[in-house]
Write a protein that binds this ligand. Sequence first.
Ligand code: ADP
Ligand code: MG
Length: 392
Amino acid sequence: MDQLNLVLREGLTGMRVVRSFDRQEDELKRFDQANQEMTMTAVQVQKIMAAMMPMMMLIMNVATLAVVWFGGLRISHGAMEVGDLMAFIQYAMQIMFSLMMGAMLFIMIPRGQASAQRIQEVLAIKPDISSSTNHQLNKKEIEQTQGLVEFKHVSFYYKGAENPALMDLNFTAVPGETTAIIGGTGSGKSTLLNLIPRFYDVSEGEILIDGINIKNWPIEVLRRKIGYVPQKAVLFTGSVEDNLRFGHDNATDDEIKQAASIAVADEFVRQMKEGYASIVSQGGKNLSGGQKQRLSIARALVRKPPIYLFDDSFSALDYKTDAKLREALITQTQAATCIIVAQRISTVINADKIIVLDDGKVAGIGSHQALMKSCKVYQEIVASQVNKEELA
Ligand code: ADP
Ligand code: MG
């Protein structure tokens, strides 16, 4: 049943891909295979059941017959009343029925056992990341987070991976500055960002916020300090406003509109039929990639946190919107620590500090000018993207 559900769900979510690659036939075959397997099992069970029912009935009726037979003999000898015989038949029936129910249990129990085992397996998993309970932060420290992020000799391995995804990173991201991270795909940019809200814990070294190891922050406090815009924009079913309030429940309408306009989302939201009350369908399917991205940026802005993490959040936007958005962002994020992952040179060129990642290692840190002089990897990235006019 599990297998059947798996195949069915994959077929449904990947419907367009299946169609565009003309794989309906294969998908049908795959479904058929899973279906066949389940059918076989079901048929086998039903066969046993089918044989068992008549057998049970036979035994029951033979038993009744025996009771009547021997009972009749005793009655004719005057050793028993007819009423007693009737009662005896009733008792025998009840016992037989219980036996039949018992037989049914033999089918239900293994089924239940298999499910229970799987549920146990899931429940037994302990989350890797545990919140710090013996932290010594007082309320004041928690309220007044500056947002200074420091990486000290940070290395990180994914579970079961041989090679490190990140190797010996050292840098600081200062409040009021923008720190950009650039590098090829698979160089570890998203991994680096994911370490800050503790989606994963570092393997070696430590990450500090305001000089305190993030492992010593209560996890919900830590995450409240961070406005995270993921690489793949995820929205939830509900109105546009609900989605933006996800960042901060008690935001006023004005704050919501302001965040949306900074994220250049205000305009297209207004043009939707019901403005901010318009419904976002499952997974944001009724919005374009760039629109989703802008809403997810607005969602982080509503929160007004001291630390912003943008994971390649501008890549789905055209150059004009990208430039407009970043200009508006500067005012809102003035006092905050901004860490921006980007692919485009134009996005990072004005950053206070650029970190060039290459295969999990830092290939260079500095401003655009400095890196252009000293960092070969950076020069290559620039050369591959920028034509002279654009740079000017
Ligand atoms: P980037 O964002 O720079 O494109 P990532 O940080 O996503 O790169 O990935 C860096 C490396 O880590 C890649 O080589 C990738 O294969 C590996 N990786 C990413 N996510 C996982 C994961 N969940 N499990 C194992 N390896 C992963
Ligand atoms: Mg990435």
